[in-house]
Ligand binder design. Structure first.
Ligand code: OOG
Ligand code: MG
Length: 261
């Protein structure tokens, strides 16, 4: 018998909570899962977390840069949700015992000041509705074996969302050209990848605009007070015990964390 969206959501949350990889949903459980159904599974995960008392920090965009699309072999941007229990303070520690097989990527986040309701939203409108931009390191941790998934699978799995480290340095959108801002991802002093904000759909604000337009199809909007990751600028880098990860964002203070057992 085929599983309900709620049962598939539970299967994925079990993977997260037990820190055990699971087979991708389209391998056996539901080979014909569509992207739309993937979002229905993700909505069930969101409901479960909210029922546990978790709070939403904001949605997040993923697969918004060529580097990420090529690395994951998936062509379309997606969104997921970041919750309060996923936050690690800048300079803090990621414990490997809390996750499965984490990777890190460097991103910009937007602190939204006013609701943004699509359709037809542009990056310029997003900048006007944004209070601050913040550099961030996102730790993704696909619940699937080897990060091996199709687009509907990764949507169902809340876009691999696991942990986030936000930088302390914030800027007003008018103070910075995010597209021209250079970003380097360093592990133990070695540069693993580099890029600039423009890698994300020409400008990271375009990613938030795309989110507003995607949400509009469901009668939802980008909400004031949410902090929204625009998607990895660099490719994602596998993490190991003892790693010291530093994100360098031109003109901002560094964002960093350590990886321990
Ligand atoms: C999906 C999550 C992608 C991003 O910034 O592109 C993402 C994955 O790569 O596992 O968060
Ligand atoms: Mg990301």
């Amino acid at each position: 018998m085929s599983k309900s969206y709620k049962e598939i959501a539970q299967y994925l949350v079990n993977g997260e909570v037990d820190k055990k990889e699971v087979k991708r949903v389209t391998a056996e459980i539901k080979p014909d899962l569509t992207v739309e159904e993937g979002y229905l599974v993700q909505e069930e995960i969101v409901k479960m977390k909210l029922a546990e008392g978790r709070k939403i920090i904001g949605p997040k965009m993923g697969l918004t840069s060529r580097a990420k699309m090529t690395q994951m072999n998936v062509e379309d941007p997606i969104y997921g949700h970041v919750f309060d229990y996923m936050l690690i303070e800048n300079g803090g520690t990621l414990h490997l015992s809390d996750v499965i097989h984490p990777k890190v990527e460097a991103e910009f986040a937007f602190v939204i000041g006013e609701d943004i309701e699509g359709p037809g939203i542009t990056g310029v409108q997003v900048m006007a509705a944004t209070d601050y931009v913040v550099p961030a390191l996102e730790i993704i941790d696909s619940r699937y074996e080897n990060f091996d998934f199709t687009l509907p699978d990764v949507v169902a799995d809340n876009a691999s969302t696991s942990r986030v480290v936000f930088g302390n340095a914030i800027k007003r959108p008018s103070e910075v050209d995010l597209d021209l801002t250079g970003v380097g991802l360093f592990v133990n002093g070695e540069m693993k990848d580099l890029g600039a904000g423009a890698a994300v759909l020409g400008h990271p604000a375009n990613s938030i605009a795309m989110l507003a337009n995607m949400l509009a199809k469901k009668g939802e909007k980008v909400q004031a007070g949410h902090i929204i990751l625009a998607g990895g600028i660099t490719g994602a880098v596998m993490l190991h015990e003892g790693d010291h990860v530093v994100g360098k964002f031109d003109g901002f203070q560094d964002v960093e964390f350590k990886v321990e057992a």
